[in-house]
Design a protein around this ligand. Structure first.
Ligand code: NOJ
Length: 733
């Protein structure tokens, strides 16, 4: 057992994104919507007894209800037994729901339309099976440590990209009448000792890197947050006045509620007074150690927790419930319903468009009509992982679609690479031979003489309550599992047209593979969930040109990241220099940089145009969800022309990086501050539009405790990756 209509009101309703539109989260002003929800919640709370309120804020106990988290109903106000269920990529423990792609794959598409559709479908399924609170999306871990076990649940290692993905996903889930939950709040970057270690992080790094995507979540009117297991600067997250009351509720103006991660609460009074609003699951995992319930009742009666604080907790929880319209006609919990509809189309599209092509020597891809293909590796065929054969996906013994832990779900079906390749190949009369193990014995006989040999290798990770092949959640190393390097070497020794396909939860070191003669293509296929094989066939055969871009850096050596799992407290010495910021700042050449990805066509960039009315100074607007209102205003617009100069249709993710003037504290040479994905026919030109908000130009001024736009020259770099800059310009402020 593991440890572990509404439409979000007109104000935050979702305008369907027009294709090629600039990536800016909708202005979810939210204040009016929350005001209305609060009015209903206050009226309801006025009718409640103290015991009713205690029931609303206290889980009924581990494994005592149909969902991973449950609270007691309050019939007098029509409030149901609330069902809180994992997780970020689907409905955990359900049997008729879709296994959506993990967050990291969605981010790798850089396609806000697909990300939003994924969120809508997630929300629709949660609602249909009666889940009130879906426990996702994830912005912590952000992924500062490449070995981090749960990085794959989130949206890559850049706060701007993660923030956009959080906003799109939350608004989409909540448009279906389901409460989303932004987790794990905050600086929960590794699994090792996650319940005892302290993340000691300075104020500026906290704001500019780790809080950033959570600000997007608040701005999108997320219903709930989940405080994390770790300590922050010595205090447990769920007991921290500084991160709960001050950062989230005061500074970010968050109006929903904070629930504990499962058993992340440590005290009765401290958690209540530091801003936690709901305890989950209400007991420990043995059914004992109740910290709220009767204990909270006593604390309120003795005045240690004020009645106003208890009212505030209940009001926040009820307001979130009203906000998404769950007071009217919400379905009963039934995790057995088949509610998949056509949602697999989104899974396939995200799985495919999140694939990143890293090498393609001599255009070996896309495949033409080979007479024989050799397929190699356990990653090509169904194993227990694909058959839901091990608890919470805690095994890596065949084709891989997601990592392990509470963020995993059952697959309704699984298309393995070998099966999909065989089916596609049969159309051309291509013969397909298989070596289905990772053992090099006999593999050369299978690959010799084939037109191409396609080798599938994997690396897996997950949540720390399960250890898989010696990896305790976090990965012990950044090599492929099952001696993947040796397998590739053995294959390439016998076949000079070797294609390596990588399914992985995060970066692996590719040097051995890239230095092996005969390895002509490397396809970074990520985590494609149930549509694994179909997605890879779409790319291998070129029915779609690859268009994914890396959402983390692939280094030449593990040491180059400058961070690894910390055996004790983590002092976050790298500061704001996370992922590509570290490599750029320290002049370390990565193997494949953040934002990198090849296509079957080529794109040219031209015609940079910049308009700006940005002014130096702090954001001083009234606080709305997400912080000062003016932080979210557009202050500059950048456009560029992107032309498909190659011979096939394709899509390009144009990226905008900003360099702050030297009057701001050092933040690395470039920070991502915009992206647009353009789908272009051969010869076609499209306009990439980037809207820069005041926050995009700001740094966190520790002395003033404000976001400040510095004065001086900002450099604008637009390009195809964080290091492939095609156009530059500037803004003087
Ligand atoms: C612990 C995990 O950290 C969290 O993500 C999850 O939602 C809860 N367990 C409930 O399963």
């Amino acid at each position: 057992m593991g440890i572990f209509g509404l439409a979000l009101l007109a104000a935050a309703a979702i305008a369907r994104a027009a294709p090629n539109c600039p990536v800016v989260p909708r202005q979810a002003s939210g204040t009016a919507a929350w005001d209305t929800a609060y009015a209903s919640a206050r009226a309801a709370v006025a009718r409640l007894s103290q015991q009713d309120k205690i029931n609303i804020v206290t889980g009924i106990g581990w494994e005592r209800g149909p969902c991973v988290g449950n609270t007691a109903p309050v019939n007098s106000i029509g409030y149901p037994q609330l069902c809180l269920q994992d997780g970020p990529l689907g409905i955990r423990f359900a049997t008729g729901t879709t296994a959506f792609t993990p967050g990291v794959q969605a981010a790798s598409t850089w396609d806000v339309d697909l990300i939003r559709q994924r969120g809508e479908y997630l929300g629709a399924e949660a609602r249909a099976v009666g889940v009130h609170v879906l426990l996702g999306p994830v912005a912590g871990a952000l992924g500062k440590i490449p070995h981090g076990g749960r990085n794959w649940e989130g949206f890559g290692s850049d706060p701007y990209l993660a923030g956009i993905c959080m906003a799109e996903t939350i608004e989409a889930i909540q448009s279906q009448g389901v409460q989303a939950c932004a987790k794990h709040y905050i600086v929960n970057e590794q699994e090792w000792m996650r319940e005892t270690m302290s993340s000691n992080v300075d104020d500026r790094t906290m704001h500019e890197i780790y809080l950033w995507p959570f600000a997007d979540a608040a701005h999108s009117n997320v219903a709930s947050f989940m405080c994390s297991y770790n300590k922050i600067n010595g205090t447990w997250a769920c007991e921290s006045d500084s991160v709960q009351n001050k950062l989230l509720k005061q500074e970010l103006g968050f109006r929903g509620y904070i629930m504990s991660d499962w058993n992340a609460q440590h005290t009765t009074v401290g958690s209540a007074n530091s801003g936690m609003d709901m305890t989950m699951p209400g007991t420990d995992f043995s059914g004992g150690n109740v910290l709220w319930g009767p204990q909270l009742n006593n604390a309120v009666n003795s005045g240690q927790v004020s009645r106003a604080r208890l009212d505030d907790m209940a009001t926040r929880i009820l307001a979130a419930w009203y906000l998404v319209g769950q007071d009217k006609g919400y379905p009963q919990v039934n995790l057995r319903l088949n509610v998949q509809g056509n949602h697999k189309e989104n899974v396939r599209a995200v799985a495919r468009d999140g694939i990143v092509l890293l090498r393609n020597e001599g255009n070996i891809l896309p495949l033409g009509r080979p007479s024989r293909i050799a397929v190699v590796g356990s990653g090509a065929v169904i194993g227990r992982h694909a058959q839901n054969g091990c608890q919470d996906k805690g095994c890596n013994d065949g084709a891989l679609g997601m990592g392990w832990g509470s963020g995993s779900v059952n697959y309704p079906y699984f298309v393995a690479p070998y099966d999909a390749i065989r089916e596609r190949a049969s159309r051309d009369g291509t013969q397909v031979s298989l070596h289905s193990s990772d053992n090099t014995n006999g593999v050369q006989n299978v690959v010799q003489g084939a037109d191409v040999a396609i080798v599938f290798i994997t690396a897996d990770s997950g949540e720390g309550y399960i250890t898989v092949e010696g990896h305790p959640g976090d990965r012990n190393h950044l090599d492929p599992w099952h001696n993947g390097n040796q397998l590739v070497q053995a294959v390439a020794a016998a076949n000079k047209n070797t294609i390596v396909v990588v399914h992985s939860t995060g970066p692996i070191i590719l040097e051995t593979i890239l230095n092996t003669p005969g390895v002509r293509a490397v396809v970074w296929a990520g985590l494609p969930s149930q549509e694994n094989g179909n997605a890879i066939v779409d790319i291998l055969y070129g029915s779609t040109s690859p268009s994914g871009k890396l959402v983390y850096t692939i280094a030449k050596r593990p040491e180059d990241y400058g961070v690894s799992i910390v055996r004790g407290d983590d002092n976050f010495r790298e500061g704001v220099f996370v992922d590509y910021r570290w490599f750029d700042q320290n002049n370390i050449e990565p193997r494949f940089e953040f934002g990198f990805g090849l296509s079957y066509t080529n794109f040219s960039y031209s015609g940079l145009s910049i308009t700006s009315n940005a002014r130096a100074g702090p954001a001083t607007g009234p606080t709305i969800p997400g912080g000062p209102a003016d932080l979210w205003e557009t202050v500059a617009t950048v456009t560029a022309q992107i032309t498909n100069t190659g011979g096939v249709a394709g899509a390009e993710v144009a990226q905008l990086y900003l360099t702050l003037p030297p009057t701001a504290p050092p933040a690395g040479p470039r920070q991502l501050r915009g992206f647009t994905k353009l789908k272009l026919q051969p010869g076609q030109t499209g306009t990439a539009t980037f809207k820069l908000r005041k926050r995009d130009l700001s740094y966190w001024d520790v002395g003033r405790q404000q976001w400040v736009v510095p004065s001086g020259r900002f450099t604008i770099s637009v390009g195809a990756s964080s290091r492939d800059i095609r156009l530059t310009g500037s803004i003087d402020v």
